[in-house]
Every structure is written in C-alpha cells, then in structure tokens.
Design a protein around this ligand. Structure first.
Ligand code: GLC
Length: 556
C-alpha cells in the first residue's frame, strides 16, 4: 500500500513540483563506510520535508559494479548492497510519503552492466543467438573483422565498440556501448527488452514509487543498419535539426507512448521526467506530447549564460515549445553531470557554454559573484512557470570542487579520455551537514572510512548546521523561497507576462499579483510602484532598487 503524497497538488502535482535530486552515494552515510546509503537518506527525510520540496529523485541505487557510478546496472529489481536492502528502500519510500514527498527513481534503459545476467548469457552464446539479440552485436569490418562495425564514438571518449572473444578462443563480434565498455547498449527493437523494462517499472510502482527519471532518453533508438555518423555534428549547430544515427531519433517516441500507457494504468498515475540532451526546444517538446512523458529537463536554461537576452531567450523559447504540446516546462540549474552553477556563474559569461570542468579552463573566477548569481538564479528558476529540480548541495551554495587530487578521481571519463577530462566528480563530493571538519556529519562519528571523495575544509562554513537560521545563507534563501512558492497561488504551473525592463534586467508578472525582477548585468532597477517585497536574493540599493546579480519577488 502506498501512502499519500502531497494531497494539495492532486493528480497534476508534477506540473508544479519542485523535485530534489538525491545523489545517493554522496547524500548521507548511515553505516560509516564513507558512501551514502538508503538508511542515511531516510534519516535526513525530515530535512528535505522542512526544505519544502514536493518529491525526490534518487540516482541509481541498484546493484552495480560501479563502472559509471551506478549507471551500469546489473540487476534492476534490487538494491546495491553498498546502499542497503530492499527493506531499507521500502521504509524510505514510506517515510517520504508520510512526510508528503513523492519518490522518483532513475531508470537506465539505454544500457545494462556487462555483469547483468543478460550480457553474461550473450557472451556465452553464439553470434546470431537470441541472447545476443538483446544487445547490439555486429561483425567487424575488414577482411578479418578487426575494424569496428561503424564510426560511432563513446560519450566518454574512444570508439563505441568492443570486440569479444568467442567460446572457441578466437576474436569475434563487436558490441555497441555509447558509454563505457562495461555498459553494453540494449536493442530496443527487441520485444524482450521492452517487456523486461515494463516488468522493472511494475516492480517499483508496486512498491509505491511515483515515477522515473529516464536516463539518456534520447539515445534508445538507433538508425536501421547502424550507418556511420560521418560528418554529422552533435549537438547540432543553431536551429538545424539533423538525422543523427543514435541521438534523438523519432523512433524513441513509440517507446515512451507505451511507457505512458503503463504509468496511466495506476490509480495514482505515475510520472516520468526525461533526460534528453536534444538542444532544440521543439525537439524536446516532442518528448512531452500528451500521450508521452510528463516532463523533460530543460538543459538550455542550465547552459544559458548569465546575461539578460540569452537567458530570456532560453525561457521564451522553452515556454513556447512546451505550450504547443500543453506540457509544463521543467527548470534545472545543475545536476550530477554538470559543473555546479556557483562555479559556472563565477566565470566570464558568454565566451562558450560551461557544462564540463574542461569548459572552465583558462577562465578567471570570482566566487563572490558566482554565489550572488546562483542566489538570483534560484529565485528566477523557482518563479518560472512549471516545475523545477534542485540538485543536492545547490541549496547550500556549494561550488564545484575543481582541485580533487587525480588519485581520487572515479569518473570513467577521466581514464577513457586519456586523462584529459577530469570528469564529474567535482559536483559529486559528499554533502556537509554539520561540524567543523570532514566528514562534516556526512558519516557517523565512529565511521570507519572517510567520505569516498574528500570534502574541502572550507565547507565548514557551508554545512546545513552553519547555515540554518542565518537569514543571509543560501539554505534560508531556498527555504523561504520554497515556502513562499507554496503560498503564492501565482507560482508553479501557468503562464507569465514579460514586463519592460532596462537593458541587462528581466522582469515578468504572474497572476494573481506576483512579479519577479532579475538584474543580470544592468544598472540598478526599480520595482513597480506600490509593490511589496516578498523576498530578495541579496541587498538592495539604499533607495530600494535591485542591483546587478540580484533577483526579487514582489507582490503587486
Ligand atoms: C546519464 C547520466 C550520467 C551517466 C550516463 C550514462 O547522462 O546522468 O551520469 O554517466 O547517463 O548512463
């Protein structure tokens, strides 16, 4: 029996929801092994409820050899022992529901772990067997088959194919992996694959899970015949739409239509959010057509520089595209794959998109500016029509840890890129909860291992304990904004009206009686006469105007 979620939002709760992303291995360590786990998360549920969020999304917590931090799943219907047990998970889900929060899991349908029973069976079976047909095995090119079947590249660097040794000891076929070699892609044209994932979803839905974030939702369909990518560039430039052989193909939509029908069979319909890096708002909106997924992350907003026009443009275009299909937009400032926004906004803006650590190279940083902008961005995001995601630590104003020693780096991209991409570990460092020194309450006092990635000493000023009750802290800004969001009927799902502002600033109104002003780079701007200040991201000028890198919410 599932317990009730936030009743006040009703069945359409997801159109307005603020969802907190729990990167499980870095959130809270209950058993002292230096790695976050389910009991740790459970113990911190009151914190999340107090923050004022509607739901959590938990990164993969399934058994995994951890070649890609859990995105290499070896069994979809169990819990990784490092993180706990299925009973822990059930208790956590019930605990979240009791506190009025829904729970979304991460489903990884593009690939499995090479240790999954299916892939082990495929390796043991012959070319052309039903076991191999669940994956994408092909003969190599060239007289001896020693050239990969096509020119596709892995997302982490290197070719996307690995050659296997057949049962007779001879070099044999190749299998496709768009990510690490330990993450073989499955073949979505195979009905067995579809049924397997349906079964997995039913399993978790029966345990009360409210929905799924879909990993690499734009990657499941591959062009027939697996043609070479050739000169096609991804992401495509400008407004161009390209026929890429494995990203954002039209065939994926059929899969999501069937998933939607499954989710809709539940009395309390289950929901989806797509991770689809498609870079065209109108392409993104296809994923959220009425009979497909409910929501999809809007990464253009995440990548927009802190400049009024590009930021406004990203919002206008996203809202327009979502409106054509009647879906709410989903705003996000960071996640476990991108550089934290404090560090992005600390850099000169507009030089190039800042997503990976390597994108920051050579750009000077001003972290006071980065923090101010991150505060203003939070108010902007939470005032926009639709839903939003908050990545753990964002509410604490954590910056990317850019100087992790090389010997602790675990992101597969580090090795796979020939040690040129330091990867995503810097946004995955365990959360500081309390105390003056690492592990900052992340692990219990008597822990027998340090946090799996080292926390900066300076985080003693950014712990939950240090920020709680300090009205100038990022944490209190988030708490106040999230609580206001619940009391302001204008916020969440709906529409906005742009208001005229001088260059460098943005403002929009929402009915009834609400406006948000964000000054990104201009001279101080005034709020409309008679307005009442609800919240500000930073100090106003002496005469009450909004200076640059500051946002305010006002009641009009
Ligand atoms: C998604 C995940 C990322 C992972 C990749 C492969 O982009 O967010 O962390 O490495 O998929 O599963």
């Amino acid at each position: 029996m599932r317990t009730a979620g936030p009743a006040e939002n009703g069945a359409l709760w997801w159109r307005s929801a603020v969802i907190y992303q729990v990167y499980i291995r870095s959130f809270a360590d209950g058993d002292g092994d230096g790695v976050g786990d389910v009991p740790g998360l459970r113990s911190r549920l009151p914190y999340l409820a107090g923050l004022g969020i509607d739901a959590l999304w938990i990164n993969p917590w399934y058994p995994s050899p951890m070649k890609d931090a859990g995105y290499d799943v070896s069994d979809f219907r169990a819990i990784e022992p490092l993180f706990g047990t299925l009973t822990d998970a059930e208790e956590m889900i019930a605990g979240a529901h009791d506190l009025g929060m829904r729970v979304l899991l991460d489903i990884v349908p593009n690939h499995l772990s090479d240790q999954h029973r299916w892939f082990q069976a495929a390796l043991a079976a012959e070319p052309g067997s039903p076991e191999r047909a669940r994956f994408i095995f092909r003969d190599g090119r060239g007289p001896d088959g020693s050239t990969p079947p096509n020119d596709w590249m892995s997302n982490f660097g290197g070719v996307a194919w690995t050659r296997v040794t057949e049962a007779d000891g001879a070099l044999g076929q190749w299998y496709l992996h768009l990510f690490t070699p330990e993450q073989p892609d499955v073949d979505w044209t195979n009905p067995e694959v579809r049924e397997e994932f349906n079964e997995t979803m039913r399993f978790w839905f029966a345990l009360g899970v409210d929905g799924f974030r879909i990993d690499v939702a734009h990657g499941l369909a591959k062009a027939e015949g697996l043609p070479d990518v050739g000169s096609i560039i991804w992401p495509p430039v400008g407004a161009e739409v390209v026929d890429h052989p494995h990203w954002d193909r039209d065939e994926v939509h059929d899969i999501y239509r069937s998933w939607r029908s499954l989710a809709d069979t539940y009395e309390d319909p289950r929901v989806f959010v797509a991770e689809a890096w498609v870079h065209h708002p109108e392409r993104l909106s296809q994923y959220v057509r009425p009979d497909e997924l409910h929501t999809a992350f809007n990464f253009d907003f995440l990548l927009a520089p802190w400049e009024a026009e590009p930021m406004r443009e990203s919002i206008v275009v996203a809202l327009a595209a979502h409106e054509t299909v009647g879906a709410p937009a989903t705003w996000v400032l960071s996640n476990h794959d991108t550089v934290r926004e404090v560090s992005r906004y600390a850099r000169p803006q507009g030089v190039r998109p800042l997503r990976k650590l390597t994108d920051l190279a050579g750009l000077p940083a001003d972290f006071a500016v980065g923090r101010r902008r991150a505060r203003a961005a939070a108010l902007l995001m939470l005032a926009l029509p639709g839903g939003a995601y908050v990545y753990q630590g964002e509410e604490l104003g954590l910056a990317e840890v850019e100087d992790l020693p090389e010997d602790v780096l675990q992101d597969p991209g580090w090795e796979q890129s020939g040690r040129t991409e330091r990867g995503r570990d810097g946004c995955r460092v365990p959360i500081p909860w309390s105390g003056e020194a690492p592990p900052f309450g992340f692990s219990p006092e008597d822990a027998n291992a340090p946090p799996w990635l080292p926390q900066p000493a300076a985080w003693r000023e950014l712990t939950v304990e240090a920020q709680a009750g300090d009205e100038h802290s990022m944490l209190e800004l988030y708490r106040r904004a999230l609580h206001l969001r619940r009391t302001q009927p204008a916020l969440g799902d709906g529409t906005l009206r742009w208001l005229h502002m001088p260059e460098g600033a943005l403002a929009f109104a929402r009915d009834p009686g609400f406006a948000c002003i964000v000054n990104l780079s201009g001279d101080p701007v005034s709020a409309p006469a008679g307005a009442r200040l609800l919240i500000t991201s930073g100090p106003l000028t002496g005469d009450g105007r909004v200076p640059r890198d500051t946002a305010v919410w006002i009641a009009t």
